[in-house]
Design a binder for this molecule. Structure first.
Ligand SMILES: NC(=O)c1ccc[n+]([C@@H]2O[C@H](COP(=O)([O-])OP(=O)(O)OC[C@H]3O[C@@H](n4cnc5c(N)ncnc54)[C@H](O)[C@@H]3O)[C@@H](O)[C@H]2O)c1
Ligand SMILES: [Zn+2]
Ligand SMILES: [Zn+2]
Length: 396
């Protein structure tokens, strides 16, 4: 089959690779109909998560049709021919964490947990197509995908909605939703969102759906005007980090208090709010003296009102420098974060789509044949051609 493989930092390409096979008795093989490129994939391509091997297949936001099932799959849950979305984290459904809805913390699905234990203290669950830190599983930017524990992980989808309305249930819709929902937003709250990429877009719309009084979106109008426009279309007030003082504007918009909830939807490759900050983090990451550039979360902590909540869906890998612990502690802030517990949110969010409360296809700017996946990475990474979200089509 064809699949998009990681070759080296800054190099991915579509190659012929062996078809996946049923390895365990509860595996499924899914024929992929749509598979997205995510900001998290850029962290792998840019070498910020150094646990990739040449030949690893990327992709953790797929959906498709069940092609084959292992003999022990519970067929009351999933059958051959079902249309399914695949959550990016693999859960077991039975451990301490899965039972509490903390699916991304599952203790049974990461066969390389020793890496996570060394990096993080305890390992996360396994993830499809997301490095050896999360198990080294082949990903779904491919014609076919093997999914372990299929009867727990495959999420059955209705036939009357399009792929573009459903595929984001695999990751970025639950991610944006959890980023807001876990803060317990109140009707008079102001929610500020750093980053208007695909995750930021779903965070903004989730904040509105969950009843925030005011949503403010921050990004760079020079490089991504279309992302700020999409945020405005959703009803957000926008701040251009290139031309405006984010801290001052946020105070002006909140009667001098600062936003109640500040959400970092940027992650480890943030641009600094000043050139000096950006250069500082760039030099330190290049010298392996810190693992990420945490400029957005620093600013979120500094801007948040006293007693407010900072939520971090943006991905970080290890050790950050100049983290404003003093502001966090003295202002009495609450931190909410986490890799998304996708399984927990799918039923609720699918219902919102079915009830017409949101049409997730708004975010798609490019649908490309799988064979053009490397081009998809190029325009998504470089913010070229108005690119906000790329969906790959293996059948095209
Ligand atoms: N928690 C999870 O489970 C989860 C799931 C999916 C993605 N993510 C993470 O969410 C983050 C965003 O993903 P994406 O697909 O939207 O990525 P993206 O790269 O498309 O978007 C990031 C946006 O942030 C903007 N930005 C950069 N520096 C900024 C700053 N200092 N202030 C404000 N905006 C800034 C960029 O211009 C860009 O538009 C990534 O770190 C990704 O790994 C997390
Ligand atoms: Zn993703
Ligand atoms: Zn589990």
């Amino acid at each position: 089959m064809k699949a998009l493989v990681w070759c080296a930092p800054y190099k991915v390409q579509v190659e012929d690779v062996p078809d996946p096979k049923i390895l365990n008795r509860r595996d499924a093989i899914v024929r992929i109909t749509s598979s997205c490129i995510c900001g998290s994939d850029l962290h792998l391509v840019d070498g910020f998560i150094p646990f990739m091997k040449p030949g690893d297949i990327l992709g953790h936001e797929p959906m498709g049709i069940v092609e084959e099932l292992g003999p022990d799959v519970d067929q009351s849950k999933v059958k051959k021919g079902d249309r399914v979305v695949v959550p990016f984290f693999i859960g077991c459904g039975k451990c301490f964490f899965c039972k509490r809805g903390l699916w991304s913390a599952c203790d049974n699905t990461n066969p390389k947990s020793y890496l996570g234990e060394a990096m993080l203290g305890q390992a996360t669950a396994g993830v499809l197509g997301y490095s050896h830190l999360t198990g080294g599983f082949a990903g779904g930017q491919a014609e076919y995908l093997r999914v372990p524990l299929a009867d727990v992980n495959l999420q059955k989808m209705p036939e009357d909605l399009t792929d573009h309305q459903l595929v984001f249930l695999s990751d970025i819709f639950p991610t944006g939703y959890m980023a807001v929902e876990q803060c317990g937003v109140q009707p008079d709250d102001t929610v500020a969102v750093w980053g208007c990429g695909p995750v930021g877009q779903f965070t903004i719309r989730s904040a509105i759906l969950l009843g925030a009084a005011q949503v403010i979106a921050i990004d760079d109008r020079q490089t991504v005007p279309e992302r700020l426009k999409m945020a405005e279309d959703a009803g957000a007030i926008t701040i251009d980090m290139h031309d405006e003082y984010v801290y001052d504007r946020l105070r002006d918009l909140t009667a001098g208090l600062g936003p109640d909830i500040c959400i970092d939807a940027v992650g480890m490759e943030a641009h600094g709010s000043t050139i000096i900050e950006h250069l500082y983090d760039k030099v330190k990451t290049n010298l392996f003296m810190e693992t990420e550039r945490p400029a957005a979360v620093r600013q979120a902590i500094m801007c948040c009102r006293k007693g407010g909540t900072v939520s971090i869906p943006g991905v970080y890998g290890g050790w950050s420098d100049k983290f404003p612990l003093g502001a966090l502690m003295n202002k009495g802030l609450t931190i909410k974060t986490g890799q998304t517990h996708v399984h927990k949110y799918v039923p609720e969010l699918l219902k919102l789509v079915q009830d017409g409360k949101i049409d997730p296809s708004f975010v798609v700017t490019h649908r490309l044949p799988l064979r053009d996946a490397a081009h998809g990475y190029d325009i998504f990474r470089g913010k070229k051609d108005g690119c906000i979200k790329v969906v790959l089509d293996p059948a095209a």
